[in-house]
Ligand binder design. Structure first.
Ligand SMILES: Cc1ncc(C[n+]2csc(CCOP(=O)(O)OP(=O)(O)O)c2C)c(N)n1
Length: 291
């Protein structure tokens, strides 16, 4: 296993350090987890492409010594889809924020999940528009004040992982920045999936979000206010959680943030089906489909 210094020298563009992230931001941790996952899997940097839209989290590809493309707000997944379709052997990783992914970019996200494009999307969910100063995002919890909802937010939040699950993603995991080992494992699992993988990481923004003043408050919140997701309905608590989730679909459980591996299944990817389609004649394809 490489030391932190070796990892930094191998994978980061040291001339761009320190990053422009604010102190206490989770983006640096996520950068660290991502390069550790890549190193564990021994993926060649020549075989990697990072794609992002606009936002603080979308600056992440700039720091990694690999090909990267910083696209327009909300469109990272559209660009990533094009890259993956034309270069199926590349590992394509999208870094996106909750605003980039779930506001302006929501349609691209859901369509890519539905098509099961083999890309790995890492969403840094700080529940706000960090770069532009803390506006309401589609994942801001109801009741939270923001600069565009100064009294409080009266809109219900999307739970992005459960949206991905509902749209059919074969791998979905949701963690906080405090779950280092689990995030690294999930990025590794996601990169090994043939189809779409989604890793949502609830992340601090101590500058734009005023609820927590420093990283320590966030860490305590993440450690105390999360509950592990389980689809094991034999256990009474899990059974109740499962039932509640199916009924209300908020993705919170008794006010706590749900974390864990939400989906891990096998499902033919867009590429596998496309390859099959190319290999058979069209007639044969439709004949088999009709059976
Ligand atoms: C088409 C367009 N609309 C709006 C903006 C302004 N803008 C820049 S970043 C951003 C939101 C970023 O929030 P998020 O994606 O959650 O990322 P974060 O900065 O929190 O990491 C917005 C609205 C833009 N750059 N382009």
């Amino acid at each position: 296993m490489r030391s932190s210094t070796e990892l930094r020298q191998k994978y980061l563009r040291e001339e761009l350090l320190p990053t422009l992230f604010c102190s206490g931001c989770g983006n640096g941790q996520i950068l660290n987890y991502t390069i550790r996952a890549i190193d564990d899997l021994n993926i060649s940097q020549d075989n990697l492409v990072f794609v992002s839209g606009i936002g603080c989290s979308s600056r992440l590809p700039a720091y990694i010594e690999a090909d990267g493309i910083h696209t327009t707000h909300g469109r990272a997944i559209a660009f990533a889809t094009g890259i993956k379709i034309t270069n199926p052997d590349l590992n394509v990783i999208v870094f996106t924020g909750d605003g980039d992914l779930a506001a302006i970019g929501l349609n691209h996200f859901l369509q890519a999940v539905r098509r099961n494009i083999g890309i790995t999307v890492i969403c840094v969910n700080n529940e706000t528009y960090g770069m532009t100063g803390g506006q309401l995002s589609p994942t801001t919890p109801v009741g939270y004040p923001t600069i565009t909802s100064p009294y409080q937010n009266i809109e219900f939040a999307f739970n992005l992982s459960f949206l991905a699950k509902a749209a059919g993603a074969p791998y979905v995991a949701r963690w906080t920045t405090a779950n280092s080992r689990q995030v690294i494992n999930s990025i590794k699992k996601g990169l090994q999936k043939k189809g779409f993988s989604f890793i949502e990481i609830i992340s601090p923004c101590p500058v734009s979000k005023k609820q927590f003043k420093n990283p320590k408050d966030y860490l305590n919140f993440f450690l105390n206010e999360t509950v592990r997701y389980s689809s094991n309905v034999n256990n009474e608590t899990s059974a109740r959680m499962f039932k509640d989730l199916n009924e209300c679909f908020t993705g919170d459980y008794l006010g706590k943030i749900i974390i864990g591996e939400i989906v891990d299944v096998e499902k033919p990817s867009f590429h596998e089906l496309y390859k099959q389609l190319k290999e058979r004649s069209l007639n044969e394809f439709w004949k088999n489909k009709a059976k």
